[in-house]
Design a protein around this ligand. Sequence first.
Ligand code: F6R
Length: 612
Amino acid sequence: MCGIVGYVGPQQAAPVLVEGLTRLEYRGYDSAGIAVLNPRSSAHPSRVVRAKGRVRDLEAALPARLAGTVGIGHTRWATHGEPSERNAHPHTSFDGRVHVVHNGIIDNFHALRSRLAADGVELTSDTDTEVVAHLVARELAAGLGFEDAVRAAVTSIDGTYALAVADVQNPDRVVVARNGSPLLLGVGDGEMFVASDAAAIVRHTSQVVLLDDGDFASVTADGFRTFTADEEHTARSAVTIDLTVEELELGGHAHFMHKEIHEQPESVERMLSGRLDDRFGTAKLDGLNLDPRELRRFSRVKILGCGSAYYVGQLGASMIEDLARVPADAEPASEFRYRNPIIEPSTLYVVVSQSGETADTLFAVREVQRKGGTVVGLVNAVGSSIAREVDGGIYLHAGPEVAVASTKALTHMSVGFALLALALGRVRDLSFADGKRIIAGLRAIPEQIAQVLAGEEDLASAAKELAEAPSLFFIGRVRGYPVAREGAQKFKEITYRHAEAYPTSELKHGPLALISPELPTVAIMPADDLLERNITAAQEIRARGGAVVAITHPGVELGDAATRRIEVPRNEVELDPILLTIPTQLLGYHAAVALGEDVDRPRNLAKSVTVE
Ligand code: F6R
């Protein structure tokens, strides 16, 4: 949440900052702002422009001339203080000397604000961030150099931060600090960049320095110096990132969500390449850093993730139980980390995250490691905090996901779990023949996703009807239940319609009371051994006047149990949920389009939840 950028170099900073913020807008879009230093102007050695709303609103507010080649910028997802210009970053110190942008949460900001106010500092926003600007300015006023002033200021701060600080009297540099929120430096030719993630700077450079917690950096046009609280120079080198500008463009699609849904056949194929081992009927997952003997040692698997990643984790747990016959379950990482969990050495902990920066999931990793557990990650963002801290893992290779509502990354997670389940199964009792059966199923998935996507028109028309209902149910049983949960999540987050998931088996224990012609149900009804029961439940809904949109397999006889059917091709029963989820993506997407909602930027949400 919140994106920060910085620039030091020969170019005019404002356009570079604004472009970077546009690419980071998925991290928050309540307000945006930039500060630009211009030592040549004695009247305006720095200028700050801020606007409530989107980066485009900031762009509209920029003056025609905003000269200066050093600056910082921010796009905000509000935590403390309403979305408004007054609360937008950058925040400025009482003496006008220091500007600060921040991603994270300063836990002790109340105490710091009170102390500053008692000293006569006038606070001009409701944010936690503002105190940092004042603290740095005080250290500067006391005579410290810029870098030392930032270092001294953060010693008073409890919480998480990625900070970029500009000082009017040091107009050739930006000083940054990281603790718990992502931050990197981009190394250009005679210019340097600062960003929350590489998307912001990919047009300028592919060389990045990933900062660690506890790192500071002083960034000038010709380079950078990293340091910590105790060391004046630390060694941090640049790595090359594999990201192109084209991957961050719409490429002819109306929305990123639509683009990402349609990328799945190709991206899943890419993910599988080199990972299927026909000779031994297993998956090649070298990144796990666990040899077969170590893999066999685990007698339980615990999966941790947040939101949709947690729902995919539930699917993963059932794949692991099905294929490896190892007890497995999933839990929201956000709950796990707060409940003093018992960490067992014989349990394999698996965290799952698209961004690799979700704070609750990252803290779950640390909790497991602190107590001596082994934790591996299914992560999409290469070089992200979670990817760097886990003991091993499987990169999802979904490519960048820009839409706030996740689609392709979730599909990649479920494919990742299938690979993990296969590898765990093949060091236990899963036969070679069954291993080959799953491999064949996985190979079929890209083409089968393409077949589901070919039915988009029909899905769009079903979505239009569903969009008219103020409220709806998504139901599924056993393997179908996580599919229903994810379907409801996608629908509600972008349509703002109430969509609730229930296990089909639980309907008659309460929710059936809500069924009426006004409340349609999307029912996950694969051709498995639970089909008869699912048909009975659908008939109970129909008998009470409720419409049923069935997501089912070809050849399934539903009779009058469904008012509409959507078919997906059959795969292996353990892998079917991967395909059953695809129509729910398009249902959510087209319902939101029909309602005229901002599909890629749903209200109140941000893609990367880097605050707790
Ligand atoms: C829903 C969605 C969220 C994320 C969750 C975890 O569409 O995107 O529920 O799944 O915030 O995010 P990551 O996977 O980045 O850890």
